[in-house]
Design a binder for this molecule. Structure first.
Ligand SMILES: NC(=O)c1ccc[n+]([C@@H]2O[C@H](COP(=O)([O-])OP(=O)(O)OC[C@H]3O[C@@H](n4cnc5c(N)ncnc54)[C@H](OP(=O)(O)O)[C@@H]3O)[C@@H](O)[C@H]2O)c1
Length: 239
């Protein structure tokens, strides 16, 4: 299996890359800055591609996608003024659109799995999820003040409404962690179809390394994939 990891230099993306390598899975890591990859760049299972995803010519990206079985996107806006308020405002959804359009135009008769890193701050309307009135007020403000929230919402909506469940070339899962924390080791975690606590007033914790473990497990374990395919699992660390 070969996996293209987007946002591979990020805190979660790098965990995804190292866990894929540990499992002996081939990785193509798309990164803008190679610094973090010093320790793993000589692994025989990794191909490092230095590029910025939205700037890659579609023809070239098509070649990168040619031999991959799955794409994991851990992209997110950098937590800096420029990252949050500067361009690209819709990094996550625009990347998704680009990948989906290339897979669709490829017509290769091969199904590619897409795993998107999303958030409990996005709701899945297909599952009748709703924010409570007080959560809704806060979310309206967050949406207005923080463009990355809108980007994550648009990305989830794109998977649900546009890619949908009938695309023969694409299967997908959108993984929704709660408040992200850094841990060095994988710990016990639980996965639910929807949030079991308020992401605003009672947020839980999710280690990035656990998100990576779940994403990699989804690709390794066909039964797990079938269970969560076209769904938006919420993942929390076990307390
Ligand atoms: N914070 C939370 O509690 C929380 C909770 C749930 C979900 N999330 C979501 O989880 C996702 C990932 O979180 P994280 O903490 O792992 O992210 P992160 O460490 O900030 O990593 C973001 C990744 O996106 C890349 N990136 C940023 N801007 C880019 C651009 N313009 N073009 C290309 N690549 C770009 C970064 O590349 P460079 O290294 O080159 O900058 C990096 O690889 C985010 O979408 C976030 O919204 C966050």
């Amino acid at each position: 299996m070969k996996v293209l990891v987007l946002g591979a230099s990020g805190a979660t993306g790098f965990n995804v890359v190292t866990q894929l390598l540990k499992q002996g899975i081939d990785v193509k890591a798309l990164i803008r800055n190679e610094e973090k990859f010093e320790s793993i760049k000589n692994s025989k299972n990794i191909e490092i591609i230095k590029a910025s995803i939205l700037e890659i010519d579609n023809h070239i990206l098509n070649q990168y996608l040619d031999d991959v079985d799955a794409v994991i996107s851990c992209l997110g806006h950098n937590i800096t003024l420029k990252g949050i308020y500067g361009k690209p405002y819709t990094l996550v959804v625009d990347t998704l659109k680009k990948i989906v359009s290339i897979i669709n135009s490829n017509n290769k008769n091969k199904t590619i799995k897409i795993v998107l890193m999303n958030t409990t701050a996005c709701i899945n309307k297909l599952q009748n999820e709703k924010f409570k009135i007080n959560e809704n007020i806060i979310m309206k403000i967050v949406r207005l003040l923080l463009p990355p929230q809108r980007d994550n919402e648009l990305a989830l909506k794109y998977l649900i409404d546009i890619v949908g469940i009938n695309n023969k070339l694409i299967e997908w899962v959108a993984v929704r962690p709660d408040t992200l924390i850094n841990e060095l080791e994988v710990s016990e975690y639980t996965v639910y179809p929807s949030s079991i606590r308020s992401p605003i007033f009672d947020a839980g914790k999710t280690s990035r390394i656990n998100v990576a473990d779940f994403m990699v497990s989804l690709l390794k374990d066909e039964k797990l994939w079938e269970k969560w395919k076209y769904k938006t699992p919420v993942i929390y660390n076990k307390e």
